[in-house]
Write a protein that binds this ligand. Structure first.
Ligand SMILES: [Fe+2]
Length: 238
């Protein structure tokens, strides 16, 4: 009888220890996930067909679920096991010239697309408030701003991005960057905080617009999320 009681006691102790180890193991995994969750794959803020007819459903689906996902996965892979894993994206950009090209391309691919998705909305409203005032002050009118932004987007040779940014002196400027570079990177010709961006890689428009990049660019104005641009502007001048 005594032997049976001892055996049962050992069994409970083993089960209890196993359960405890499993709990510790789960907590460790959760902590590890939290550490690497500096970088989370963001949800698209609208349905794939929400920006029709200006951006078609198939382009949106492939762009988000294939191109963007690949940049995100390759970005995590490129920083895996390095100090950058614990860093934040702006710090990574501020020293990007010292990183391997895979980090530069994929960190930009991650950040730029995230900003791009959030720069658009199916519920378009004209620009208003402080961002409109700042655009009129800097460029003379909204029409002048759009023309200059379109010019930057049209004349970006090959693949890249057009930007509306604000510099350290709170002055707005328009620029464009090649490949997946952006104005937060130390390699950028003009550095600043991005407020609005447009992807002018062919994968962003070719299915619907083929070689008609200017048509794609002018369609963009129907889906710009000016409320978001205004919010970014206000955050930048705080
Ligand atoms: Fe893209």
């Amino acid at each position: 009888m005594k032997l049976i009681i001892i055996s049962i006691s050992i069994l409970f102790s083993t089960i209890s220890g196993f359960a405890q180890n499993r709990t510790i193991s789960n907590q460790t995994n959760q902590n590890n996930m939290t550490t690497t969750a500096n970088f989370i794959f963001p949800e698209l803020p609208y349905a794939y067909d929400a920006l029709e007819p200006y951006i078609d459903k198939m382009t949106m689906e492939i762009h988000y679920s294939k191109h963007f996902k690949a940049y995100f996965d390759n970005f995590l892979k490129s920083i895996s096991g390095t100090e950058l894993e614990k860093s934040d994206i702006k710090t990574i950009f501020s020293n990007i010239s010292k990183s391997p090209v895979a980090v530069r391309n994929n960190s930009g691919g991650y950040y730029n697309h995230k900003l791009f998705w959030e720069s658009m909305t199916p519920n378009f409203k004209d620009a208003s408030g402080p961002i409109l005032d700042a655009i009129v002050k800097e460029f003379g009118s909204m029409e002048n701003f759009k023309n200059q932004f379109e010019e930057a987007a049209k004349t970006r040779f090959g693949s890249g991005w057009a930007w509306l940014c604000i510099d350290a002196n709170h002055k707005l400027f328009i620029s464009s960057t090649p490949n997946q570079d952006n104005p937060l990177m130390d390699v950028a010709d003009k550095k600043g905080t991005p407020l609005l961006t447009l992807d002018v890689w062919e994968h962003a428009y070719y299915l619907k617009y083929q070689n008609r990049r200017p048509e794609y660019i002018s369609s963009f104005w129907h889906v710009v999320n000016w409320e978001m641009v205004n919010k970014r502007f206000l955050d930048a001048i705080k």
